[in-house]
Structures are given as structure tokens and as C-alpha cells.
Ligand binder design. Structure first.
Ligand SMILES: [Zn+2]
Ligand SMILES: [Zn+2]
Length: 163
């Protein structure tokens, strides 16, 4: 997935579209694989007034389990990719936003992997308000009420009825 951006810089080709299959089935996030199926990375490199830009989108399917309740999580993930490219190493060292293209070459697999690592949330939830599993009774709180209530001291129960 290495492309040459020299011809874009020289405006021989402008823009330069690309579309690749990406496979992150061996990329681990905190010890587990989140994207076991192949996806796509499509976009273009364009030269606008001498500034090289990488614009694209990574589409993948997240297929894992919820960190809170353990249920299956399978959803489409689309990540935008926007970078300014440079062929000057010194410029890239000064600015983290710039991607240095050594000898005019850009490895899109590296860009895609970096994007994924940066943009993937640390905690994967089946839904934003996942209630998880009760540590006391093991109830799946999205689906059923906690059963720990039963163990409440009857005296407190009497007190509650007064409220
Ligand atoms: Zn969940
Ligand atoms: Zn409980």
C-alpha cells in the first residue's frame, strides 16, 4: 500500500485517487483484536497550491464484546483521514500534523493503522448507556433488574415503605 506522491507534487497527476483493502485482524488494542474483518481505505492525495493533502476514509466493522456487559458488539466504523504531507523531513519534525513522505513515498497501511489506534475509543461499549453486569447478582442490567435488592435487611425494607 505504498503510493508515490511525487507526481502529485509535480501536478502530473492531481488528484491521485486510491482505494485499498485494509486488514487489521492482527492489530491488537489493549490485547485484543477489534477489527477481525477486512475493510477499505479510500481517498485521494491532492495538490492545492503546492500543499499536498491526504483526504480519505477508512471503513471497517468492529466485531468484539462490550467492556461493560460482555455482549457482542458488531458495528460499522467509518474514520475520516486528513493529513498534510511533506517531502521535507525537517518540516515534519517541527510539526506533528505533517506526515513525512520519505523519497516521495507514503505507506497508506501505516497511516491507516495510526488513524485506527488514535481514533478508537479505549473502552468499547455496546451502547453509550450500557448498564453492565451487577457485581453482586450477575444480572445483565440492560435486560433485567438487579436481584441484590432481596438481600436488603427487612428493617430497611420497613423503613422504605414509610418514605
Ligand atoms: Zn454493554
Ligand atoms: Zn445485583
Amino acid at each position: 500500500m505504498v503510493i508515490s506522491v511525487k507526481e502529485v507534487l509535480a501536478e502530473i497527476v492531481n488528484p491521485l485517487p486510491f482505494s485499498f483493502t485494509v486488514d487489521f485482524s492482527d492489530l491488537e488494542f489493549f490485547g485484543r483484536v477489534l477489527f477481525p474483518h477486512p475493510g477499505t481505505f479510500t481517498g485521494k492525495v491532492e495538490n492545492r497550491a503546492g500543499v499536498l493533502r491526504l483526504l480519505g476514509e477508512i471503513s471497517l466493522t468492529m466485531d468484539t464484546t462490550c467492556d461493560s456487559c460482555g455482549e457482542k458488539v458488531k458495528r460499522a466504523v467509518t474514520l475520516p483521514v486528513t493529513h498534510v504531507l511533506t517531502l521535507e523531513e525537517s518540516a515534519a519534525e517541527k510539526d506533528d500534523e505533517l506526515i513525512f513522505c520519505e523519497d516521495g513515498k507514503l505507506d497508506l497501511a501505516d497511516v491507516a493503522a495510526d488513524t485506527l489506534v488514535l481514533q478508537t475509543e479505549m473502552r468499547i461499549l455496546c451502547k453509550p448507556d450500557c448498564k453492565g453486569v451487577c457485581f453482586g447478582c450477575g444480572a445483565k442490567l440492560n435486560e433485567e433488574p438487579c436481584r441484590c435488592e432481596k438481600e436488603i435487611d427487612p428493617r430497611f425494607e420497613a423503613l422504605r415503605s414509610l418514605l
